[in-house]
Design a protein around this ligand. Structure first.
Ligand SMILES: [Zn+2]
Length: 676
């Protein structure tokens, strides 16, 4: 680790220039006229010499080097050089032509940049750089302009060493990601499913039974409060990313698909040893959490390009299983220019599709992409050897194919509350959505494990997401996220059973962030019948209902053989409050219909258009108004730490409090170096 004086010696010309300006007040024209290097990627901790290094990589893990260089007035940038530890790694010349220049794995891009950059700004890149030497490395970029003035900016990154010879390595990694699942969500699910008596839980959730639990800090590169894109990506590439961005660092170009990449665990392991990737979710498969294991984009909303990349870049990730909702991105849209919804539910659009620049294609060996909203992506998956399941019956019938695609809804799948009530013949919500036979998360997980365990000499990474723990917490639909958490825990149990019979497996259960500031505030002091008869006023529904402290007692739910409560509307039911809430009407009883999901292609048509539009409209005649602390119509994520539980090989590494990026390096140790 270099000392502070060494850092100052290494320190950038820019910093030196600032110092000069500050000290002399009268800078020379020549000093002011040097190029400005306004961004150097990977990003470095600004307190370079005193704080921990920001960008960290496993030995040989690929990432892009990039710099944004702005010329001073009357000059143009003629040369950009990258060096690592003073050894040149790329030397890019600019001849002054108007067009972007590309040469192999490098590029100097002048067009398609964001606003507010100086005329003639270039973005210089070296793609798919890798360094195998453990320790801190100095990264520098030097820019020269047409007058011969130069500037240098210094950054750093670290290659995290793997301790070898520690013991046995893990072959398989199963990451169960309860989206938005904070400690409160886990506790509430335990209270509902297992029951408490005299202060003691009567049993534990599957995730509670894992031998190790730690706490994870979840903040992103640009905010204490993350969203799912950097939240998930941090676990599987070891680096902080900006909100809404997955598998990339921020840049200064407009394109959402050309950002500097960071190699994912799936890609790294597939490249090193041919491992497979499985992604299972209850959300639309384009959603941030599944995508942040395989797809690199600065905009998590680019659905068409994201799902195309799952298939097009399977040679990089080893994708073998992809299951969830999101069929709307896979169906061909015959009229891409047509703003109206295609009759088949397709939402493929050229505007959300991808193409990649040549340097990125060359460096990463990625597919170049194509604007092809008319593509039949299901047919293309099938042509690539994937068996396709459109509902639970087909999924069962397929048995154990070599590769598996399952798309069980147009967008996000229905939640456990509605799927279970549909199976019990008590609700028509799944039929209203047009998908009456959707599998539960544990059923998808069982299929995924069977496929991945077949011919599994090289190991796999499986990510299983309980997506609507988050989505229903946003909507403050308590009973729906509670059943989502129970559904998720059933998938956790399957993963634990797999690791028990396959001891070369590590299972971790965690969340990308907490959602809604959920809190178990107590229980209703009245029966369900009394609750339903109360006038919709604060005096009636809050002051005469909400039992806190000893008035909460121990709510008792009746669990049925299918694993879910007979009803969530019991007498003296558990009550949940929200610390990051938007306005809502709270009636405490379950909502017969889910709140409208605008991502469903037919959300504005009958029958879905009759569903409650938002928590501020839901129950507005039966509930009392709880005024929100956050604007908008949904509760927000919070920066609260989340629990992580681990089971199987290497689980002991996950004790204590650590950063979400630390998880990646713990996984690296277990997978590559082994554990005692
Ligand atoms: Zn969320």
């Amino acid at each position: 680790m270099p000392s502070l004086s060494e850092y100052l010696h290494h320190g950038s010309a820019l910093a030196a220039k600032s110092l000069l300006l500050a000290l002399t007040l009268g800078a020379t024209l020549a000093a002011q006229a040097a190029p400005t290097i306004s961004r150097l990627t990977p990003p470095s901790n600004p307190r370079l010499a005193t704080a921990t290094t920001l960008a960290r990589f496993l030995p040989g893990q690929k990432f892009d080097l990039q710099a944004t260089v702005q010329p001073s007035a009357g000059t143009r940038i003629t040369r950009v050089r990258f060096a690592v530890d003073d050894q040149p790694v790329a030397d890019l010349q600019h001849d002054g032509s108007a067009v972007d220049q590309f040469g192999g794995e490098t590029s100097l891009v002048k067009n398609g940049l964001v606003k507010d950059l100086a005329e003639g700004t270039v973005v210089a890149s070296l793609r798919a750089y890798a360094n195998s030497q453990p320790g801190l490395h100095w990264l520098s970029v030097t820019a020269t302009d047409s007058r011969g003035d130069t500037s240098t900016r210094q950054g750093s990154f670290e290659v995290v060493p793997i301790q070898t010879g520690q013991g046995q390595v893990a072959k398989n990694i199963i990451i169960l990601l309860g989206d938005g699942m904070g400690a409160s969500h886990r506790t509430a699910a335990r209270i509902m499913a297992k029951g408490y008596l005299q202060g003691m839980t009567q049993d534990r959730l599957a995730m509670d039974k894992f031998p190790v639990t730690g706490m994870v800090m979840t903040s992103s590169l640009n905010s204490i409060v993350t969203d799912s894109a950097p939240g998930m990506a941090s676990y599987v590439n070891g680096n902080k990313a900006a909100n809404n961005q997955e598998g990339v660092f921020p840049d200064d170009t407009v394109s959402a698909f050309d950002n500097p990449r960071i190699e994912y665990l799936s890609e790294y392991l597939h490249r090193l040893r041919g491992s497979a990737l499985g992604l299972v979710t209850t959300s639309d498969v384009f959603d941030a959490t599944p995508a942040a294991n395989a797809v690199h984009t600065a905009s998590r909303g680019m659905g068409t390009g994201i799902v195309d990349q799952y298939l097009d870049d399977r040679h990089l990730t080893g994708l073998k299983v992809l299951m969830g909702g999101g069929r709307k991105w896979f169906l061909p849209n015959p009229g891409s220019a047509d703003k109206r919804q295609a009759v088949n539910g397709s939402q493929r659009r050229d505007a959300s599709d991808y193409t990649l620049p040549p340097d990125l294609v060359a460096g990463w060996k990625a597919s170049p992409g194509k604007l092809d909203s008319g593509r039949d992506l299901i047919a293309d998956f099938q042509a690539a050897g994937f068996a396709y399941a459109s509902d639970r019956a087909v999924l069962d019938r397929l048995g154990t194919p070599d590769k598996l695609l399952g798309l069980f809804a147009y967008s996000n799948m229905n939640v456990a509350f509605d799927k279970i009530n549909g199976r019990r013949g008590k609700s028509s919500v799944v039929a209203d959505y047009g998908f009456p036979d959707q599998p539960m998360l544990d059923e998808m997980t069982a299929s995924a494990l069977k496929v991945l365990a077949k011919d599994n000499a090289k190991g796999f990474v499986l990510m299983v997401e309980g997506a609507s723990i988050d989505k229903q917490s946003h909507l403050m639909d308590t009973d729906r996220w509670l059943l989502e958490t129970l559904e998720f825990d059933r998938a956790v149990e399957l993963a634990r059973d797999f690791a028990t019979t396959h001891p070369d497996t590590l299972v971790i259960v965690t969340a990308d962030h907490e959602c809604a500031g959920a809190a178990i505030i107590g229980s209703a002091t009245v029966s369900e019948a009394v609750l339903r008869s109360r006038a919709a006023t604060t005096a009636e529904m809050r002051d005469k209902v909400v039992g806190v402290y000893e008035a909460a007692r121990f709510p008792e739910y009746t669990m049925l053989a299918d694993g879910y409560p007979a009803s969530t509307d019991i007498d003296r039911k558990m009550l949940i409050g929200y610390g990051a809430n938007a306005d809502r009407y709270e009636a405490w009883v379950s909502n017969p219909q889910p709140t409208r999901d605008e991502q469903q292609p037919f959300a504005d048509q009958a029958p879905l258009n009759s569903y409650p539009a938002s928590p501020a409209q839901r129950n507005n005649t039966t509930g009392y108004l709880v005024t929100g602390q956050v604007p908008g119509s949904q509760a927000a994520h919070t920066a609260t730490d989340v629990p992580l539980s681990a089971f199987g090989r290497g689980a002991m590494l996950f004790t204590g409090l650590y950063d979400n990026t630390d998880v990646f390096f713990k996984l690296g140790q277990v997978l590559l170096g082994g554990v005692k």
